[in-house]
Write a protein of this length. Structure first.
Length: 390
């Protein structure tokens, strides 16, 4: 019975989304190339040639089609508001990719979209689940907190999309981690959403990392959509009287857990925006000061950079789990996650950026970076040819 449930709520939705994106991806690449919907290289960007940027449309299609098929045997009607929010984010993000929109316009649309999630879907971050002795909080506090947290997550996910595979790889990792909690707590609709999101991202990830002729970027449409999905996961976990709240009785800190899963995007974005503000610049001004830019500057490949950053993020989650398993209080779990989040972002970025080029560590990092360039050799070359033939 348990195996049947896993297949029905995880396996089937996952593979339908995966198959849908795998089938539509080549067509979407050709459409983007024919219509000139591409990301042009410039001094700030890392690619050298124009790359199609309709990956978010493929991922969205995979998610929606899979949810449609899954609704035959599972009730997914409570996800209607989420799909609506995803559609708005895809639309505004793709519009930004093609036309270029002002940060203010995007910011306003993001706030309005979150307000729709709150007003129509009832998604409100209104329970601290024991952190600092607090439980349910009043609506006048919950609504602005939900807007602040959701808009912050959306933009954090958008800003890590700087190297091949990073945003999609992080999305897969986050969906697996959040989806596991949803499955164990019996939250079926969120389990399905996590499964279809991960499934839709997998084929895109492989094309994005290993493809040459089939390479496509997820674009702002994809990252904003992924950001709203992850925001919904966080809200659902922290919302009052949802299945995940039962885990608090065992000493699990739900806020520390969600922050651990989002460690690199959240803490690296806070570091970058703080530095921009202190430097007298707009916090939304694009630059090359993110953690992934640091590894690229040391000669790491895109795939190597993605693996290192995801490993750092996974380390924070494992450290949180160790604190929880050891019986640490919810407050202590949070402080531990915050300290580790700062250490793996600011604690790595600033010392390595200022490293003496003649030092042994500097040379060692460059050697390690050189070893990560395996994209066009051996089995990886076979993967590239496979992706380009699909």
């Amino acid at each position: 019975m348990e195996l049947y449930k896993i297949i029905q709520t995880v396996g089937v939705p996952f593979f339908i989304a995966l198959l849908c994106v795998a089938l539509v991806h080549p067509t979407m690449v050709r459409i983007a190339q024919l219509k000139g919907i591409v990301d042009e290289p410039n001094a700030r960007k890392l690619q050298r040639v124009p790359i199609p940027i309709l990956g978010g449309v493929c991922v969205f299609l995979g998610i929606v089609v899979s949810l449609g098929f899954t609704s035959v045997f599972e009730d997914c009607t409570d996800l209607f508001t989420v799909v609506m929010a995803m559609t708005v984010m895809l639309y505004i993000g793709t519009g930004d990719d093609i036309l270029g929109l002002s940060p203010r316009t995007r910011f306003v649309v993001e706030i309005l979209t979150v307000l729709c999630l709150i007003g129509i879907g009832g998604y409100t971050l209104n329970d601290f689940h024991g952190l600092w002795g607090l439980d349910r909080i009043p609506t006048w506090m919950a609504v602005p907190l939900t807007i602040f947290a959701s808009v912050g997550i959306i933009n954090a996910i958008n800003l890590i999309d700087g190297v091949d595979g990073l945003s999609s790889g992080f999305g897969i990792m986050a969906c697996i981690m959040f989806g596991t909690l949803f499955y164990l707590s019996g939250d079926t609709s969120m389990t399905i959403l996590a499964a279809v999101s991960a499934g839709a991202l997998v084929p895109f990830f492989f094309h994005n990392v290993y493809g040459k002729n089939s390479k496509m970027f997820i674009g702002d449409g994809g990252t904003l959509m992924l950001g709203i999905i992850i925001s919904v996961f966080v809200i659902r976990i922290l919302q009052h009287n949802t299945p995940c709240g039962e885990y608090v009785k065992s000493g699990m800190g739900l806020i520390p857990f969600t922050l651990a899963v989002l460690a690199v995007p959240v803490f690296d974005t806070l570091r970058v925006m703080t530095a921009r503000i202190l430097g007298g610049h707009s916090p939304f001004l694009p630059d090359k000061t993110h953690l992934h830019h640091l590894f690229i500057s040391y000669g790491f490949s895109h795939a190597g950079t993605t693996v290192v950053i995801l490993m750092l993020n996974t380390f924070v989650v494992l450290a949180w789990w160790a604190m929880y398993a050891a019986g640490a209080s919810i407050d202590l779990q949070l402080y531990g996650v915050v300290i580790l989040g700062v250490l793996i972002t600011a604690g790595i970025y600033y010392p390595l950026r200022r490293l003496d080029p003649s030092s042994r560590l500097h040379h060692m990092l460059h050697r390690v970076g050189h070893w990560t360039h395996v994209e066009r050799t051996g089995s990886v070359l076979w993967l590239q040819k496979l992706m380009d033939r699909m």
